[in-house]
Every structure is written in C-alpha cells, then in structure tokens.
Write a protein that binds this ligand. Structure first.
Ligand SMILES: [Fe+2]
Ligand SMILES: [Fe+2]
Length: 199
C-alpha cells in the first residue's frame, strides 16, 4: 500500500458550483484573474494527469479574499479566506492548497508538495502577465496574443513590473516543462474563457 500523503490526491471538484457562486458574490476587481487562473489550472490538470475540476476550483478561489482585503497582503489567505470558504463547507484540503500559493507566508505549513500546488504557484503570476499583455493591445483582447508576444513582454522589466517573472520561470524546475509550453497551455486556456472575462 502506498503511504503517499492524501493531500496529493485530495479531490474537491464537486465544489465547482460553489466556486462559481463565491466568485459571483465576492469577486469583483479580482474576478478576471480568478476565472483565468481557474481555466489555466484546468488545462494544466489535463497536462499533468490531475483532476481537472479540482484544479479549476483551486485556481478560481485562490485569491477569493483579495477584494475584501484592499491590498493588505499580510492578511491574504488568512481568516477572511477561511470564513468565506466555511460558508460553503469547503474541505480543509482546499484551504491548504490555496494557502500554499502564498509560499512566502505559508510555505512551511503548506509546502509546494503536489503538482496542483506547484502549478498554481507558477501560473498565478503568468495569468496576470497575460492579462496585462492583452490590455496593452489596441483591441485590448486576447485574440492574436502569441507565446512570443508574452515572452517579449516578460523580458521587459518595466512592463507589468509587479509580476514576478522568476515564479513563472520556475515551471522548468517545479513542473518539468519549458516556459514556451507553460505559456502556450495557459494562453490557450485563457483564450477559451476570453468572452467570460471581457478579453
Ligand atoms: Fe494570491
Ligand atoms: Fe493570484
């Protein structure tokens, strides 16, 4: 019998309807980022053999507390998030997976020990970068954005300077895939929800 920690295999895809409801109720400014990250996580689950709905839920809810915190980074993933998740009786594994993406604060308690967590950690910054790339285009749309345009903007340090490039590039070490593939999967997933996020 395997003794692999259950966390690596916890599935909570059944929370998808609740995840949609939570976004409707609590996500405004952060909504685009959450829908985009949910779609990207779903696609990454398919690439890495995870449960697509579980990964999608984690992506959709990872910054659920953001609009309420008004950029109080110290409180991110703390009690506010916990309270919001309690309203839908979310399992502890979901809270733990979400906290893991804030590695600077929760890395010791919730290490990046599963592919879900590793992907969420790396893709979080990438969806932000891709949204920024779309918004500087004349059309302000994702249509026409290519992997090479994302890579070009990634190299421009002053562009979307808050995006942590290193975290994106850790896909090679943490996920074992080159940045081109990582960007391509994420970009295509985001294009599939472009209408939903107004891009
Ligand atoms: Fe976050
Ligand atoms: Fe995020």
């Amino acid at each position: 019998m395997s003794t692999t920690p259950l966390l690596q295999h916890a599935e909570y895809g059944y929370m998808l309807p609740e995840a949609h409801n939570l976004l409707t109720q609590h996500a405004d400014k952060i909504r685009e980022h959450l829908i985009a990250t949910g779609a990207a996580m779903e696609a990454l689950a398919k690439r890495f053999g995870g449960d697509p709905q579980t990964w999608k839920v984690a992506g959709m809810l990872h910054d659920l507390d953001w609009d309420k915190l008004e950029k109080d980074m110290e409180e991110h993933c703390g009690e506010t998030l916990e309270e919001l998740l309690k309203t839908v009786k979310a399992p502890q594994e979901l809270l733990a997976d979400i906290r893991a993406h804030y590695a600077e604060k929760y890395g010791a308690a919730h290490p990046l020990e599963s592919m879900l967590r590793k992907c969420l950690y790396c893709v979080d910054e990438l969806t932000g970068l891709i949204i920024a790339v779309a918004l500087v285009r004349p059309s302000k749309k994702l249509a026409g954005v290519e992997v090479k345009s994302v890579k070009k903007k990634m190299k421009e340090k002053s562009f979307a300077a808050q995006v942590n490039r290193e975290q994106i590039l850790r896909c090679e070490e943490l996920l074992g895939i080159p940045p081109d593939e990582f960007i391509s999967i994420t970009l295509e997933a985001m294009k599939s929800v472009a209408g939903e996020i107004g891009l």
